[in-house]
Design a protein around this ligand. Structure first.
Ligand SMILES: [Zn+2]
Ligand SMILES: [Zn+2]
Length: 154
């Protein structure tokens, strides 16, 4: 019982800290903390995978029933612009949104398209040893393990 209480208190603190950081990031860019932005950010902080705008829309709609998909897209763009959220785009036009903005890796399911964080210190070490061709300036990199998730393998 006691443990459960302290865990929920920690979760509340974490969310409040998150909101404060979000407010600062938005205000640094001339934006404001709105309840829609908080709802989007809050949902992204709680999910284990990195959802699409449609998934975010469906989840946030439960809290804010009058919100539109266009508003979700606008708010996501704002959150990406102020570096509170990362946007992971793929060639087929489907973008996924990630609460983390630091460099990290992902596992991606080829069947359902879901994306999860993969924490691997070895990845950073391996990348240091990889040398691109002469004259190539590296701007960014991605490391993804592709496969089938537990749900899709059933
Ligand atoms: Zn899957
Ligand atoms: Zn991620």
């Amino acid at each position: 019982m006691l443990r459960r209480k302290s865990q929920s208190m920690r979760a509340t603190n974490k969310r409040q800290n998150g909101e404060e950081t979000l407010r600062q990031k938005l205000e640094a860019r001339g934006g404001h903390l709105t309840k829609q932005r908080v709802a989007v950010f809050d949902y992204l902080s709680r999910v284990e995978h990195h959802p699409t705008a449609d998934e975010i829309f469906l989840a946030v709609k439960r809290k804010l029933p009058r919100i539109s998909l266009a508003t979700i897209y606008n708010n996501l763009e704002t959150l990406v612009e102020c570096n509170a959220v990362s946007k992971l785009s793929y060639g087929d036009g489907s973008a996924r949104y990630d609460i983390r903005t630091d460099h990290h890796y992902h596992t991606r399911c080829l069947k359902c398209g879901k994306l999860w964080d993969l924490d691997s210190a070895e990845g950073a070490e391996a990348l240091k040893r990889i040398k691109p061709q002469k004259g190539f300036e590296v701007k960014d990199y991605r490391l993804e393990l592709l496969g089938h998730c537990r749900e899709c393998r059933r």
